[in-house]
Each structure stands twice: as structure tokens, then as C-alpha cells.
Design a protein around this ligand. Structure first.
Ligand code: IMP
Length: 455
């Protein structure tokens, strides 16, 4: 029996995040909405730690928690239970969208979604001073918010609407004040990030409660029970786009410690976020997004595929490889196929999207790591363990480059040279994934064959 749910697609980062998923999701949604007039965009993981830029009518929108589809007329965007939501950042994002565009979309936050608050951001900062585990974190309080779920005392979006909301949030504040004071810091005086006001003090309990009070007035109407909405639409023919945040290489189980995030960036997170309504194995297309000619990474992790710094710096500037949320310069590596194959396997991918195809220089062969070996030359699999990676030796294959500047922003497959096509075919065969889409530049239109490229 074929259980595939037609017109459903999930898009996840195939490496360590920052692959350019936002634009890919945006383009897929536009294609689908032209055919169906309606699309549901569902995000299931992460929170304000993600960041993607969407360009609409020459205006740039940087979104963190709200999925890319929020700028597409007719889309319904669901912020699912598997995410963690910062209400203050959400107020800011909603205002940015509503004040700067006429676009009408439905944005709904699952009432069950846990909250990530300034208290979590402050706690993460205090922990960071004591422990190096969270050293590379984005400072958005993501892992403490998920830890609250494991400790069985999370605040959820629906607590903002509860009659006794004040009592709940006061209790939460006092708990975190004690935890942070135990680590030798003062919660009220801790400076934390916020999208609206830059860095600012958390403040005392009264200030904290007053802030939450303002936020609940602004976002209360977006918080709903989404169970029936997801169920009814999933059982109909309405297209679904599942938008992942971060990347498989940042997964707690599949990533390299300690540069891992707390949520599930793989499609398996969709199963739990939708309370079992959507079995990811029935999603028609499960696409992993990769940078075509290199792999980027932020944090302490070191991959075996180090690139010489001259080429890395060139790529960093040409592809603007600086964090969207943190502005940190990203490390640039040669494409690491042992890692990407591993990520593709554990995330059950069926298709690949290659971004940044314009990053290729006619004078520089595209060097790809096709396998790891040990000192004796014996083949090694990729394993998500820094100790292991420190001893794995990369084996490279070089491919004839193409002139990236000539294909920048092109939208036609025929613009690609034979060498680019051969390279794409090689990746498709090695990763055992069908090519779905290619991107050739930062603009929204810089996409080749969004109608599901196959060749
Ligand atoms: P957290 O998600 O803020 O807890 O950070 C944990 C790890 O995930 C750190 O190494 C971050 O740099 C990384 N991380 C989280 N979100 C992103 C992202 O959107 N792109 C790239 N790295 C990320």
C-alpha cells in the first residue's frame, strides 16, 4: 500500500544550518499557492535561534520564529508544538510583517508550544560562565526552555491566556531567580538579547510581569488549539510545507557535541509536534538542503575537511557567510560527503536542494571529500564525535569548476555548463537523492526550475 500524502514536502537543513532554507521554502510555497490557492506552512522545531531573510517587493524581512510562508498571501503558518516561542520576539516579528506589508496570512501558534523567556536567556548566560557546553549557543535561551519540558515545569503558550497567568509567570520568575542566584548572578540585572530592544536587563519581577502582560495582549489572538486544523487539512488535499530550522548536523543525537541544539531538526520531529497526525514517512518529498560546493559551520566543531583560509575567506565574502542571528563569521570547509550522507540517512531524505551554485571559480577546482580513512588507509564512516573526527583523514576528488559569476541569479537549467551538470549528477548519485531545486544567488527569484527539477 502506498501511504504517500501527495503535495506534502518537508525542507530541512542537510548540514549544520544556514543552508538557505528560507528562500527554498518561500519559493516552494509560491509554486504551490499558484496551483492550489492555499498552502499550510508548518514549523516544528527551534525558536529565535533560527534566522532567515525573505525579500518581498524589494523589502527584506528577517524572520526568526515565524515561517517563511508568512509573506505569501493565502498561506496559513503554524508555529508547532515542537518549537519554543519567545513572546517578546514574536510581538516584534508580527509587527514587522504587519506594519510593512499588506499581505494577508493566517499565523497560528499551537497553544501547547513551550515558551522561551528572558529568564531562560539569563540562565543560559550564567551557565555559560560556569560550563563550556553551551559556549556556542545563540543566547536565545533555547536549551533551558526545552529543559523545562524535561523537568516537567514548562510554561506553554496557552499559559499566557490562563486566568491565573500572573501567578504562573511569577512562580517561574522566582524559580529562575533562585537558579541564577545559585550560580552567583542576579536575574534582574542580567542583560539578555531581544529582537525589539537589543540587549537589555531582565528587570525585577514586576517589570518581567508587566512585559509579559503587554505581550499577551498582542499575541493572545494568535494562540490556538491547532489539532483539528492540522488533522482536517492533512486529510484533505491542501498542500503542506514543513519548514525545519537549524540542520541535521545540529541535532542533539546526530550532531557533534557540544555544538548541538535542543530541538529535533529532522522530519521525525514533525511526528511528535503534530501529536502523531503527520507521519513523516508519508511526506511525499523530504528534501535536505545543502550548499553545493562547500560546507559551513559555526561553533567549536572542527571537520576533517579544512579548506585553506584564502579560499575560505573568498567564499565567506562572496556568499556572505556571517550568522543571520549572531553575525558570527562561519567556518568554511570543503564539501564533506561522509557527513552529508550520514545526515541524509538519519533524516530519511528523498531529495536534495543545492544552494549557492554560483560559488565556483573558474581557476579553482571544486574539491570534495568523498570518504574518510584512518592512518592505515582503511575506510571510516562519519560519526558524530569530535574525538573521532580529529583522527579521520579526508580523501578528496576534484571536479572541473564552472564560472559562478556567469550563472549568478540565473533561473534556467540550460545556463549551467556541462561541468556543473556533471557535478550535480555526481552528488545526486553519491547521496542517493533526487535533485529538486537549485539556487544561484541570494534573490528570491534566483532559483532553477522550482517545478521540481529532475534530471
Ligand atoms: P542554541 O540553539 O542557541 O542552543 O545553540 C546550540 C548550537 O546550535 C550552537 O552551536 C549554535 O551555533 C547552533 N545553532 C543554533 N541555531 C542555529 C542556526 O540557525 N544556524 C546555525 N547554527 C545554529
Amino acid at each position: 500500500m502506498n501511504n504517500t500524502r501527495l503535495n506534502s514536502i518537508s525542507v530541512v537543513g542537510g548540514a549544520f544550518g544556514d543552508e538557505g532554507k528560507g528562500k527554498v521554502v518561500d519559493e516552494i510555497c509560491h509554486t504551490l499557492i499558484k496551483r492550489f490557492d492555499k498552502v499550510i506552512v508548518y514549523r516544528w522545531n527551534g525558536g529565535s535561534n533560527a534566522g532567515h531573510t525573505v525579500e518581498v517587493q524589494n523589502k527584506k524581512f528577517v524572520l526568526h520564529q515565524i515561517p517563511s510562508g508568512a509573506l505569501i498571501e493565502g498561506a496559513t503558518c503554524i508555529l508547532g508544538k515542537g518549537m519554543v516561542i519567545h513572546p517578546g520576539d514574536l510581538v516584534f516579528e508580527l509587527a514587522t510583517i504587519r506594519d510593512n506589508s499588506e499581505i494577508k496570512t493566517d499565523i497560528i501558534v499551537d497553544e501547547m508550544t513551550p515558551l522561551s523567556l528572558d529568564t531562560h536567556r539569563a540562565f543560559e548566560l550564567s551557565l555559560k560562565k560556569k560550563e563550556e557546553g553551551g559556549a556556542g549557543s545563540t543566547g536565545r535561551g533555547i536549551s533551558p526552555a526545552y529543559a523545562d519540558v524535561i523537568y516537567r515545569h514548562p510554561l506553554r503558550a496557552r499559559d499566557l491566556l490562563a486566568k491565573n497567568w500572573k501567578e504562573k509567570f511569577e512562580k517561574h520568575y522566582l524559580l529562575y531567580r533562585s537558579l541564577i542566584s545559585g550560580l552567583g548572578d542576579d536575574l534582574a540585572k542580567t542583560q539578555v538579547n531581544s529582537l525589539s530592544e537589543g540587549t537589555q536587563e531582565v528587570g525585577n519581577k514586576t517589570k518581567f510581569i508587566n512585559k509579559i502582560s503587554g505581550q499577551r495582549d498582542r499575541i493572545g489572538k494568535y494562540i490556538k488549539n491547532v489539532y483539528n486544523l492540522v488533522k482536517e487539512n492533512w486529510n484533505s488535499k491542501v498542500p503542506f510545507v514543513f519548514e525545519g530550522a537549524q540542520g541535521v548536523g545540529l541535532d542533539l543525537r546526530w550532531g557533534v557535541y557540544p555544538d548541538v541544539t535542543a530541538s529535533d531538526p529532522t522530519p521525525s520531529g514533525i511526528f511528535s509536534s503534530t501529536e502523531g497526525l503527520v507521519n513523516p514517512e508519508t511526506i511525499e518529498i523530504r528534501a535536505n538542503v545543502y550548499k553545493a560546493t562547500y560546507t559551513s559551520s559555526v561553533g567549536k566543531r572542527v571537520l576533517p575537511t579544512k579548506m585553506n583560509e584564502k579560499l575560505a575567506a573568498r567564499i565567506r565574502e562572496d556568499a556572505n557567510e556571517y550568522g543571520a542571528t549572531t553575525k558570527r563569521p562561519r567556518d568554511i570547509y570543503h564539501l564533506d560527503l561522509p557527513a552529508l550522507s550520514f545526515f541524509s540517512k538519519v533524516s530519511m531524505a528523498t531529495h536534495m536542494v543545492l544552494t549557492h551554485l554560483d560559488i565556483s571559480y573558474p581557476d579553482t577546482p571544486v574539491k570534495v571529500c568523498t570518504k574518510y580513512v584512518n592512518k592505515k588507509g582503511q575506510r571510516l564512516d562519519y560519526r558524530p564525535d569530535q574525538e573521532f573526527l580529529n583522527h579521520a583523514l579526508p580523501v578528496y576528488e576534484s571536479f572541473k569548476p564552472w564560472d559562478g559569476s556567469k550563472i549568478k541569479n540565473s533561473t534556467n537549467i540550460n545556463c549551467l555548463s556541462l561541468s556543473a551538470k556533471k557535478y550535480i549528477k555526481f552528488l545526486s548519485q553519491t547521496l542517493n537523492l533526487l535533485p529538486l531545486m537549485l539556487t544561484t544567488g541570494p534573490k528570491r527569484e534566483s532559483v532553477i526550475n522550482s517545478n521540481y527539477l529532475l534530471f
